[in-house]
Design a protein. Structure first.
Lengths: 470, 107
């Protein structure tokens, strides 16, 4: 007997499953508790349930049709980009589809990368974790007013129509991948997509109650710390797994990811201390900087050197800090109620990171190796390949236009059947009105309704007047 | 001098507080309490077990005012608030610790 076929490598398969699990942990509990801690006390339950239900919805959609739309054979819809923009939908629930060797028709069979050394279910689960976290990220834009039923419809539709195209174009061997655009781990496919879609969704659904917007203080900062920490370390799987092998490039990507994140966190902290409105270091500012670093290094992680990673962290943190503190205060930005500022920390940061790949991608950094031992790598403008920057710009433009347009269309279509925004009287109360649950229930004044659970109280002797002093 | 005490639903408290500030009342003590009759009674359900919340979080406001102001303050609280209760108790003596002022001068 042998445990597995000869094309399978236990090390690569193990790392990929661990990486996939790390990415999954970023969603639940990572994003769930990060956002639950950041929202008003009355919305924590709603936020967590939206996260957990979206995670489940995407997995079901993923195995039934979406994985094939993202990584399957192309569906030829027309000339140019339409020729390879999305895959043919199909299931991956059969024995062959789960245990057979992994493959992406337009990528793995074409000499663009080495043959996979793990089964299709590993690839599918790993990529699912990325598909799942994307709606969870833009959940931060629409919390505190989106109708829960509309969310249950929006997530599978958005994921099937928008995300699968993003993924196919850049990772499934679609038009932008063929052209040479790079997205190491989802700066565009995930973060630019989440920032764009979240902003549009926030505009279409409408703002929170004015009183909620004015009083939107976070309810639990230690919980934010827990979620943020899980995100940071979970990102080792996010960026460490995307070249699909437990090799030298995964190791460099993990180190670069942490380096850029540390630099971005410190940059934001120092900007808050010396240029911010309060001139004080703030915890939530540092967490913003951390997320910016993680997001910005995502499209670049294994394409740049350590120096590149430091520069990506520094530049992205400064730009997003300005976007958050200056651009975010402008009239048209304030009109759209992007509750947690996802458009800055994910949209702008993902865009900046993706463009910086076009500058800093370093051909000395081996992604794979040719048979003769020479490195397979990529070069940006600073390494003699200016066209890379144009490719990065073009891919970003495609993602922004497609995601904004389709998010708008999907929400308008759902709005014909279900109210996108919960009624004001529900918004006044929050979790209790939507779920009959609250995040921090009080034990005061509770009475069990229905079956009697307490023993009947035995009648006591009446208290007698004390006898008069003799 | 009079001690004015109000127990108000947490959600309506903001408006009352704002109104008192507009009136120029300098000091007020606010306590979070649980009370019955300040809000709608609702149920919470955890894992299928339904519980009625009969006591709701409420805000208790205490402020000491000069005899002449008491009626005005009560009026403002009643107009700005929606639900809850407000009552007046006579106060014997007030001392401002920092300045050692007594009586109405200490308010």
């Amino acid at each position: 007997m042998i445990p597995y076929p000869s094309w399978l490598n236990a090390g690569d398969n193990t790392w990929q499953l661990v990486a996939a699990t790390l990415v999954g942990l970023m969603s639940i509990p990572g994003i769930a508790v990060l956002y639950a801690g950041l929202v008003q006390r009355k919305w924590a339950v709603n936020t967590m349930l939206m996260a957990f239900s979206a995670f489940s919805l995407v997995l079901v959609a993923w195995v039934l049709y979406e994985f094939k739309m993202s990584f399957g054979s192309p569906l030829h819809l027309g000339p140019g980009i339409l020729h390879s923009a999305v895959g043919r939908p199909g299931t991956i629930t059969g024995a062959g589809a789960e245990t057979g060797k992994a493959g992406i028709p337009l990528v793995s069979g074409t000499g663009a990368m080495p043959d996979f050394r793990f089964p299709q279910s590993t690839l599918a689960y790993f990529q699912f974790a990325f598909a799942a976290i994307t709606p969870l990220l833009f959940l931060g834009s629409v919390i505190g007013r989106m109708n829960f039923r509309a969310w249950l419809l929006f997530v599978p539709l958005w994921s099937g129509i928008v995300y699968s195209v993003n993924a196919f174009l850049l990772w499934g061997g679609g038009w932008w991948a063929q052209a040479g655009a790079l997205d190491y781990s989802g700066g565009y496919v995930i973060h630019l997509a989440a920032g764009t879609s979240g902003f549009v969704a926030a505009a279409v659904i409408g703002p929170r109650l004015a009183r909620d917007r004015a009083k939107a203080v976070p309810n639990n900062l230690p919980m934010v710390a827990v979620g943020a920490g899980i995100l940071w370390l979970g990102w080792n799987g996010f960026n460490g797994g995307d070249m699909y092998f437990g090799g030298q490039n995964a190791a460099a990507a993990v180190l670069n990811t942490n380096l850029a994140t540390a630099v971005a966190l410190l940059t934001w902290l120092l900007l808050d201390m010396f240029a911010g409105p309060q001139r004080k270091p703030t915890f939530l500012g540092a967490i913003n900087g951390m997320i910016v670093g993680l997001v910005a290094i995502t499209p670049a992680a294994g394409f740049v050197t350590g120096v590149g990673a430091i520069l990506v962290g520094l530049i992205a943190s400064v730009i997003v800090w300005l976007s958050w503190n200056k651009l975010g205060k402008l009239g048209f930005m304030r009109k759209v109620d992007d509750a947690l500022g996802v458009v800055h920390t994910h949209g702008v940061a993902g865009l900046v990171g993706g463009l910086l790949v076009g500058l800093f991608a370093d051909p000395a950094l081996a992604v794979y190796y040719n048979k003769d031992g020479s490195a397979v790598s990529y070069a940006g403008l600073f390494h003699g390949h200016p066209k890379q920057l144009l490719l990065q710009l073009g891919a970003a433009g495609t993602i922004i236009v497609w995601d904004a347009l389709m998010t708008f269309v999907i929400l308008k279509a759902i709005g014909l059947f279900v109210k996108l925004r919960a009624p004001d009287e529900v918004l006044e109360i929050g979790d209790l009105a939507v779920h009959d649950e609250e995040a921090y229930p009080s034990e005061e004044g509770l009475a069990v309704v229905g079956a009697a659970v307490s023993a009947p109280v035995k009648a006591k002797e009446p208290v007698a007047e004390p006898a008069a002093e003799p | 001098m009079k001690l004015i005490t109000a127990v108000l639903p947490a959600s309506g408290f903001e408006r009352v507080h704002e109104a008192l500030r507009t009136l120029g009342i300098p000091g007020v003590t606010v306590t979070t309490v649980f009370a019955r009759g300040v809000g709608r009674i609702h149920d919470e359900v955890y894992r299928g077990a339904r519980r009625r919340v009969e006591l709701q979080p409420a805000v208790r406001l205490d402020l000491v005012v000069a005899d002449g102001d008491a009626a005005d303050v009560i009026h403002v609280i009643a107009v700005a608030g929606v639900r809850g209760t407000v009552w007046i108790t006579p106060v014997e003596r007030v001392v401002r610790i920092r300045t050692r002022e007594w009586g109405e001068a200490a308010l």
